[in-house]
Design a protein around this ligand. Structure first.
Ligand code: UDX
Ligand code: UDX
Length: 458
């Protein structure tokens, strides 16, 4: 069968995999090919055991894979055949040299651009999906157009706004799709090609176009604003713990103001995930680069409140449990950075686990999807750490349970059974405010929510 377009995606991660699966599922007239430098990851995408857990992903992969969706290791052949190449390789925070700990490491992006340049035999549209600091597209265009005669590359910015755990719903019905392009004739033509791909299932008024720099910056700013809301409510949560106020009541009232809105106002043990911290630090780095010190400090505050919130959580545990955790057994309910994903990048649970073993506590980690990642992440931590998926077995014999992830499962457990199997006095620290605190207190637990009065029996 002849396909209307050949689409390639380089990078089969949390963004590349689901995004391409959705394009293939919605557009059977295009052939979508996904490649990655890790052959084992491609094998997993071709198996029944996908490399990432995402509700609804299995179903759409089953419908499209082998029909017009393919996962492959041959990057060079993929580049040659493609009309449009999405680049979705990771852009972690730099760990070396200028901007270490702050700026984005663009080596994978640049390496990918050079590989495209080396292999391409015809003109192509290159779409940056990875979150990149502003002006990267311009740099990429310079690299790409430094080569062969007659082969032209048009670079577009198309940042992905999906959130993990809801990726399929976000892709199917996005708030907006953003496409940034050069404002030249060829830039606008390339932009329209990409608009037409999304128009197969996204309403025209949800597809926003802009200049390329606005597009790149908008992604950083959207993540910074989301994270800022969480740090704002978390800063209020500590004030609530010192007073009689209840952070959920405050958030409810504040969120009812239609100018503010109710979402992303859940106080927590801290935000995690691969994007928020990385993108804010990027924004901070950009501000400092342009000499905007106060603006940089302002955004950096969002990250430092988040670090503080995690530290505060551990100190609350320490104080509540009679100022020593040494030899005590603490069970973490959840290790993923949020519910409905197995992803643990930047998860607050890792920081908490690290601090607990530093206090010589024994740590038992439980999670329905993230235990493999948890085992990897905690390898460097020197201490007594166990991994037990079943929450009842995990909590057995523990002095405390700390809820790290808002998995639905943890709302509905038989906490009487858990209480009876624990060391007394039994403590619960609810880092997500998801359990019924009054009920647990009546069962005998000493209960420590976030941003609400504690309930203790002594
Ligand atoms: C990535 C970026 O990290 C993020 O900034 C951006 O917003 C979206 O793309 P994610 O999909 O979550 O996010 O990253 P990850 O799951 O690590 O996937 C990246 C994939 O690219 C990996 O599978 C990696 O093996 C692959 N890769 C990396 C390449 O194929 N080539 C490279 O040169 C580097
Ligand atoms: C985020 C953005 O939402 C998404 O648009 C972007 O493309 C990538 O980064 P993601 O990191 O997958 O997505 O998850 P998100 O739902 O934003 O949650 C991030 C963190 O904030 C999680 O640790 C979550 O538990 C925490 N969070 C979220 C809170 O602590 N309180 C809230 O009210 C909301």
């Amino acid at each position: 069968m002849k396909f209307e377009k050949e689409i390639l995606c380089i990078g089969a991660g949390y963004v590349g995999g689901p995004t391409m699966a959705m394009i293939a599922y919605k557009c059977p007239q295009y052939r979508v090919n996904v490649v990655d430098i890790l052959p084992e990851k491609i094998d997993q995408w071709n198996s029944d055991d996908l490399p990432i857990y995402e509700p609804g992903l299995d179903e759409i992969i089953k419908k499209a894979r082998g029909r017009n969706l393919f996962f492959d290791t041959d990057i060079e052949a993929g580049i040659k055949a493609a009309d449009i190449i999405f680049v979705s390789v990771n852009t972690p925070t730099k760990t070396y040299g200028v901007g270490a700990g702050m700026a984005a490491d663009l080596q994978y992006w640049e390496k990918t651009a050079r590989q495209i340049l080396d292999c391409a035999e015809s003109s192509k549209i290159i779409v940056e999906k990875s979150t990149l600091p502003v002006k990267t597209a311009q740099a990429m265009e310079r690299i790409l157009n430094s080569g062969k005669n007659g082969v032209q590359f048009e670079v577009l910015s198309n940042p992905e706004f999906l959130a993990e755990g809801t990726a399929i719903a976000d892709l199917e019905d996005p708030d907006r799709v953003l496409i940034g392009s050069q404002q030249t004739e060829s830039g606008l033509r390339a932009r329209d090609t990409l608009v037409n791909i999304y128009a197969n299932w996204v309403a025209a008024d949800r597809i926003v176009t802009s200049n390329i720099w606005s597009s790149e910056l908008s992604k950083l700013v959207a993540n910074a604003f989301l994270a800022q809301r969480i740090s704002s409510i978390n800063a209020i949560s500590s004030l609530c713990e010192k007073t009689e106020a209840d952070v959920s009541e405050v958030a409810r009232v504040v969120g009812m103001d239609t100018r503010i809105g109710p979402k992303f106002l859940n106080a927590s043990v801290g935000f995690g995930g691969s994007c928020f911290k990385k993108d804010i630090l990027n924004l901070v780095y950009l501000c400092r680069h342009y000499g905007l010190e106060q603006e940089a400090d302002y955004w950096e505050g969002v990250v430092s409140i988040n670090e503080h919130q995690k530290e505060r959580f551990v100190l609350n545990m320490l104080t509540a449990m009679f100022n020593t955790l040494a030899g005590k057994k603490v069970c973490l309910f959840g290790f993923a950075f949020k519910a409905n994903t197995g992803d643990t990048r930047e998860t607050p649970a890792l920081t908490i686990a690290g601090r607990l073993v530093a206090e010589n506590a024994q740590v038992v980690i439980s999670d329905p999807k993230a235990l493999d990642n948890a085992r990897q992440d905690t390898k460097e931590l020197k201490g007594d750490i166990q991994f037990i998926e079943d929450p009842y077995s995990a909590a057995q014999g523990c002095h405390a349970v700390a809820i790290m992830t808002e998995w639905e499962l943890y709302r509905t457990l038989d906490y009487k059974k858990i209480f009876d199997s624990m060391q007394q006095p039994a403590f619960i620290f609810d880092g997500r405010n998801i359990v019924d605190h009054d009920k647990l207190f009546k069962l005998g637990f000493n209960v420590f929510p976030i941003g609400k009065p504690k309930k203790v029996h002594f």
